[in-house]
Design a protein around this ligand. Structure first.
Ligand SMILES: Cc1cc2nc3c(=O)[nH]c(=O)nc-3n(C[C@H](O)[C@H](O)[C@H](O)COP(=O)(O)OP(=O)(O)OC[C@H]3O[C@@H](n4cnc5c(N)ncnc54)[C@H](O)[C@@H]3O)c2cc1C
Length: 371
């Protein structure tokens, strides 16, 4: 079987699906090709936190606009605006919080610094060890396990072709575009968008392009259901904790603690040496969590490049091919940056600047503190 499209999008995560929707709005005949089910990569296993407090300063304008898209998607994707509190347990953490949150507030996030007492007034379950905190009324969460089903409906309504369980294993470039080979199928497309998350490096290599992409192996845990012990998204000055109680009473605990493995070898493994400190920090922040049993912990791959900015633009050295990925906080920012990417491919001027994948990558920047 062989079919021709205006554009083939490889990767059915939030970035691939949301960009395909924009392209279809702009009149392109698009296909989304996904090796598993839609939304089963990072976009479906993440912690679902829509927190401005844990976004990078540089990406704040994108995060604010992404947040507005989530608000508009609403209940269909489990959107909840709860407010969020980031905690400091000592003066050093309070100073760090002040430095980081002041910059984020200057970048447009409605974040204020509050005392430990004010934090406990908003969130009574917090430990009395909290000495200072920051508060953002916009923070909240959505249900990442709904990503696939949400976008499948959207893509179908927009009459976008979908191929699931179709890993792209070979891509040929011809004078008429691209020929993609998946399971028993050959797909022809005039343009190509790679939106394959943690797998970007391997898929770009099919076109002979070496992207400096690495994958982090983030861990998330969920507890059993329990009585209500928190109402907001609770974080920590270092960014090493995000925690929220869902409406069903379970508590989701994350914070970017690293598991093991690589995208080429399945979903990655939970590492008890990082899991336990993650859970201890959660319990230190909200002591009542100790009463709940952790039911499950899992990992997912989050791609990044050395400067921790997104890749969003033309694929280096490959005519009519584009790449979108490595967006830190990409669940929050995804619905917006994908529209910008779609506009670029459609030949429109994106409302905000994108992030040229051909920029030089200075390995030194990889070791700088990420704000
Ligand atoms: C555990 C975890 C927690 C996170 N928590 C948050 C959070 O709370 N808030 C937040 O804003 N961000 C969070 N993130 C980041 C966010 O989830 C990601 O930035 C975002 O989901 C990336 O979307 P994506 O579409 O680029 O990647 P993905 O969702 O990974 O999608 C890429 C898709 O490409 C497919 N694919 C790969 N290779 C091929 C191939 N050869 N052929 C066809 N398809 C292929 C994959 O199967 C996958 O479905 C978290 C990430 C992780 C991993």
């Amino acid at each position: 079987m062989s079919q021709a499209f205006d554009i083939a999008v490889v990767g059915g995560g939030i970035l691939g699906c949301a960009t395909a929707l924009r392209l279809a709005e702009g009149g392109m005949n698009a296909i989304v090709i996904e090796k598993s089910d839609l939304g089963q990569g990072a976009s479906g296993v993440n912690a679902g936190t829509l927190s401005l407090q844990i976004k990078r300063v540089k990406l704040m304008p994108y995060a604010l606009r992404g947040w507005a898209k989530w608000q508009a998607m609403g209940a269909a994707i489990g959107f909840h605006q709860t407010g969020g509190i980031s905690l400091a347990f000592n003066q050093r953490e309070a100073d760090l919080l002040q430095e980081r949150m002041t910059m984020k507030a200057e970048a447009g996030a409605p974040i204020t610094l509050i005392s430990g007492r004010d934090a406990r007034a908003r969130e009574p379950g917090l430990s009395d060890r909290v000495v200072a905190a920051s508060w953002c009324p916009q923070d909240g969460h959505a249900n990442s396990s709904l990503t696939g089903q949400y976008y499948r409906h959207q893509l179908r309504d927009a009459r976008i072709a979908i191929r699931e369980h179709c890993p792209v294993t070979k891509i040929d470039q011809t004078d008429r575009g691209f020929v993609l080979h998946g399971y028993g199928e050959t797909i022809h497309a005039r343009r190509l968008l790679l939106a394959c998350g943690g797998w970007l490096k391997g898929v770009a290599a099919l076109l002979g392009v070496d992207l400096p992409v690495r994958a982090r192996v983030n861990t998330v845990s969920v507890t059993e259901r329990g009585p209500r012990i928190m109402n907001t998204v609770v974080g920590h000055a270092t960014g090493l904790l995000t925690m929220k109680q869902k409406t069903n009473g379970t508590v989701l605990i994350g914070g970017g603690w690293q598991g093991r493995g690589s995208p080429m070898n399945g979903r990655g493994l939970v590492d008890r040496d990082t899991l336990i400190p993650n859970l201890c920090l959660a319990q230190y922040a909200v002591p009542e969590i100790a009463r709940l049993r952790v039911l499950r912990s899992w990992t997912g791959f989050e791609a990044h490049v050395p400067d921790f900015n997104p890749l969003a633009g033309a694929l280096p050295g490959t005519k009519n091919a584009f790449v979108l990925g490595c967006v830190r906080g990409g669940y929050t920012i995804g619905p917006y940056i994908s529209e910008l990417m779609g506009d670029l491919i459609l030949g429109r001027d994106p409302e905000m600047p994108l992030f040229d994948p051909s920029r030089p990558f200075d390995i030194e920047t990889a070791t700088r503190r990420i704000l």
